[in-house]
Design a protein around this ligand. Sequence first.
Ligand code: PEP
Ligand code: MG
Length: 746
Amino acid sequence: MLLRRLREVMAEPVAAQTRLDRIVVHIAANMVAEVCSVYVLRADGRLELYATEGLNREAVHLTTMRAGEGLVGLIAESAEALALADAQSHPAFSYKPETGEEIYNSFLGVPILRGGNTLGVLVVQNRVRRVYSEEEVEVLQTTAMLLAEMIASGELQSIVRPGGDIALRRPLALTGAPVADGVGLGYVVLQRPRVIVKQIVAEDLKKEAERLDESIAVVRGNIDDLIKRGEEDGPGEHRDVLEAFRLIAHDPGWLRRLHEAVRTGLTAEGAVERVQNDARARLQRSTDPYMRERLHDLDDLANRLLHQLTGEPLTTAAADLPDNAIIVARTMGPAALLDYDRAKLRGLVLEEGGASSHVAIVARALGIPTIGEVENITTLVEQGDAIIIDGSTGEAHLRPPSDVQEAYAEKARLRARRQEQYRSLRDQPAVTKDGVKIDLHMNAGLLVDLPHVDETGAESIGLFRTELQFMLAPQFPRVNEQIALYRAVLESTQGRPVTFRTLDIGGDKVLPYMRTYEEENPALGWRAIRIGLDRPGLLRSQLRAMLRAGGGRELRIMFPMVANAAEFDAAKAMVGLELAHMTRHGHEEPRSLKLGIMLEVPSILWQLDEILARVDFISVGSNDLVQYLTAADRDNKRVSTRFDPLSAPILRALKLVTDKARETGTPVTLCGEIGGKPLEALALIALGYRGLSMTASSIGPVKAMILALDAGEAGRFLSPRLAARDAAPSLRAELRAFAEASGVPL
Ligand code: PEP
Ligand code: MG
């Protein structure tokens, strides 16, 4: 048995080159081939001959070829096996004279794969025209797995020639989407660590086949249970993913391939890895996004199976986090991130989640640099790899070379210094050079946000997104729990007001424990106040909790997604009912109660008279307002940045609100993301906005901008540009030039 023999060679206490030399001798002998050679893929993209039996030994470490060059290069590029009786007539054939290979006619080569990535090529050759059987191809592929382990283990490092670094450990620069600002330097911790299969070669094939069947049965059962209970298996995995798992877990083709792999001499674990390697190599090169999505499902399922087989835990335990950890995950739910020790977390990298995912909200609240939509990251990294991420650009540097490391360390130092400067502005009021006071408020939604109110010197919490706590909770929070939460929020701000927003669920914000309805256009669907009005029990219990928590204090409540005055009236009537209920039960009423709306639905722009006659305040939710005004989904990266909010139509709409509100003296703030960006905030001040609510980390930069700004001058600069008939699709460049010319830091 070749595999068994090779396993002994792997265990021998010899130098790496000697081991490789012995391996090729054994493979050649076992396969009755005159030649067996190992080529390893280098960081520079070339394949280097690392060992050979049969070709000229002098060529080892000297002969190299490009990926795509010759048959070996073709295999590396396609990641597929190639068996040829007459190799020389293949169009890709070329030979290296120094190896003396021209006398060999038949050729069988297989890729050395790990995680779907090619690490090298393993080849056997014969002088005669020989047709290699399916079984021989299989055996060589299995053998290549042992070599993959050897390369991945780093053992070959000792025989790397200068300048010939091995591809596996090469530095990689990847780009994803920016999610949460900040630079993170640290080491990869896979949320779902891959099982490193150590035992590839089977002792007892029958036993391995049984182990395989047993584990598949357990994994199938687990998936069925999860589906039946209607639960998600850990955060981030939704029902459709589980359904996909179930389909694959019962796919006869998949099962057949696993059993075939065991029959070639592999352990159950080895078989899972082998079948998954093939699938990855095939699907990763697919240009069809649907197929690539299936690859993820297959990967996850294979991983579950490996964990079941080895008994290793499926996820990295939050308690086992090493220092300077950068968590790498396919997706993550918001609660999972809160489980990790903040002091050890340096960053988060997601393969799928983007800036609008729920975990992004938590990451920003915790100040954890985060990037998302980094394709394939979970297969490209190894546990413990050095990694640097930049949450403001979406870049990741995997195994960074020292110059990149130094550059980022410097960037991190600079950032810390700037934060220090912002902190020094904390107690300074945000007043422009021409004496206009701007109220800077903070957006919050989690208890972890609350200390920031004091740290940043925010005037108040301008937007408390109550749904976040609901999204994190395992079940619908009871009135008493809600009262305790809202009370904690009010107490933490030391007398500064808090504007609570009632539940803004629906759309992409789902409560795991609440029944959801399939909607074609969730952003235009049954959400926010619409649910609240249709399910008065829900809204009233929340209002009751807010009123009770606000007893004896100043309380502000606003309603999201209001589309007409009647909706506000109906919501206000519910508040009235709850107030009456309160007094009947002898609870203390709020000292002052202000009710307002979020201005997110464009129809409000043409009902400002009716609305302003009713509300105590308006908060402009520009995230939604802009998405509806431009008919561009804020969560769809193809279109979300297509239209610049710094454009005449959007700015005109925003101006309408401040102009009208000034007439009635109704306070207006803006609490969408644009309020926290210095250049956008500059434009808003120029339009007449005097209150902005933003994430904690934006308050410093926006205040620094305000202190250097002349608001009157900004207004005079913007006004003619808004009125102009030839308005460009974006006023950004002009505004930026204005800021630079006026010495306003952005
Ligand atoms: C908005 O729409 O601008 C807003 C602040 O609300 P959210 O981002 O929670 O939808
Ligand atoms: Mg909104």
